[in-house]
Write a protein of this length. Structure first.
Length: 84
């Protein structure tokens, strides 16, 4: 994970944002008062938000985790797509 001070980030913000976009890697921006933030691509943030939403309900989280477990164990079925 990349780290930059707030002064370096402010000085060269375009380059940092271009790198974040190109690498799809987060950047930790630090300040002298022990406050830090993470800059991430929007699609990564949206993915985290979607995952948090889907796992918010304990019942839904159990269903999803069971589905992942079944898929990893090869317990899957192929189906034809229905096109309208």
């Amino acid at each position: 994970m990349k780290i930059a001070s707030i002064s370096k980030f402010r000085k060269d913000i375009k380059r940092y944002i271009d790198e974040i976009d190109q690498d799809q890697e987060p950047l930790v921006v630090t300040r002298g008062d022990n406050v830090s933030v993470v800059v991430i691509p929007l699609n990564t943030f949206n993915s985290y938000s979607e995952t948090e939403y889907l796992l918010r309900s304990p019942a839904n989280a159990r269903r999803l985790l069971k589905s992942v477990e079944n898929a990893r164990a090869g317990k899957v079925e192929a189906h034809e797509l229905i096109e309208e």
